[in-house]
Ligand binder design. Structure first.
Ligand code: NAD
Length: 281
């Protein structure tokens, strides 16, 4: 049976499934099987990016699936080399073409890259607002933005993002940015929710997994869900895709949530680059 996945209502009044399917590092050649497996398992929220190089393959797989466009929540992200407004429009159009759709559900600025473009990500944000005004995208947001970056967007445009997609997992909980984002009514998407698989042998996760008859991945995803994070774990294995969906039939207690909260290693647990220093095009 396909589990019912809860949704979260964004400030644009758009409903996003709280659990989706991540596609970073899934090569185009492997996409047909991965997307087919994800859709058959019950995923209806797909996270990709211009930089993943797999939009075209995803578009092909989705259009072959027979599932109606409006049943899929489709997300992409603007590549760091496309921040200038003419490049936003051109590359967004290309994403629509590659994904074989005439709108996206959510489009994000992938990184703020404050060391590039003379530190200007506001004109990029204005172009995303324009795409939303033209009904080419339902919700817009950012990824890897620190509070000061978002504050600047709000101050200069009056429009806050629907979402901030940031690195969050038990070993790197990104608490300051996460708390600020939530306080400002912006939903948090947790990227690498399983810590790219590197955290799953932790003994605290293992003890809870034994208690509930679940895997350590399921315990970790359940912790995210109870914190209100939106997650999209990646897997190319059908068994794991299904396993990652089976997290709505149990609940961690407040003490168990607190135990996982105590796994935070601060900056030592960070897997990706710090957003202030990431300037790769
Ligand atoms: P993840 O935390 O989802 O972990 C993926 C790894 O965990 C894979 O090696 C997979 O084989 C393993 N795994 C998955 N399910 C498992 C299970 N049930 N048991 C054991 N192992 C399991 O890592 P991710 O792919 O980096 O993050 C998820 C998604 O987040 C990406 O695919 C992408 O869509 C997004 N993302 C966004 C950014 C960003 O900058 N915005 C950065 C990284 C990732």
């Amino acid at each position: 049976m396909i589990p019912a996945i809860p949704t979260i209502t964004l400030q644009s009044k758009v409903e996003i499934p709280q659990l989706g399917f991540g596609t970073w590092k899934i090569l185009p050649i492997d996409i047909p099987e991965a997307i087919d497996g994800a859709l058959q398992s019950g995923y209806r929220h797909i996270d990709t990016a211009q930089g993943y190089g797999n939009e075209q393959a995803i578009g092909e797989a989705l259009s072959c699936s027979g599932i109606k466009r409006e049943e899929i929540f489709l997300v992409s992200k603007l590549d760091n080399c496309n921040h200038l407004p003419p490049d936003v429009y051109r590359s967004f159009e290309q994403s629509l073409t590659d994904l074989k759709v005439d709108y996206l559900d959510l489009f994000l600025i992938h990184w703020p890259v404050p060391l590039l473009y003379d530190g200007d990500f506001v004109s990029t944000w204005k172009a995303l607002i324009d795409l939303q005004d033209k009904h080419l995208v339902k919700a817009i947001g950012v990824s890897n933005f620190e509070p000061k970056h978002i504050r600047q967007l709000i101050q200069e445009t009056g429009q806050k993002p629907d979402i901030n997609q940031i690195e969050v997992h038990p070993f790197f909980q990104n608490n300051a940015t996460r708390a600020w984002t939530i306080e400002h009514g912006i939903a948090v998407e947790a990227w690498s929710p399983l810590g790219q698989g590197q955290i799953l042998q932790d003994h605290r996760l293992e003890s809870l997994a034994a208690k509930y008859g679940k895997s350590t991945a399921q315990i970790t995803l359940r912790w995210h869900i109870q914190h209100g994070n939106i997650v999209f774990p990646k897997s190319s294995s059908l068994t794991r895709m299904r396993e990652n969906l089976e997290i709505f039939d149990f609940e961690l207690s407040p003490d168990e949530i607190a135990l996982l909260d105590s796994c935070d290693q601060g900056e030592n647990g960070r897997l990706g680059p710090h957003p202030e220093r990431h300037n790769a095009m």
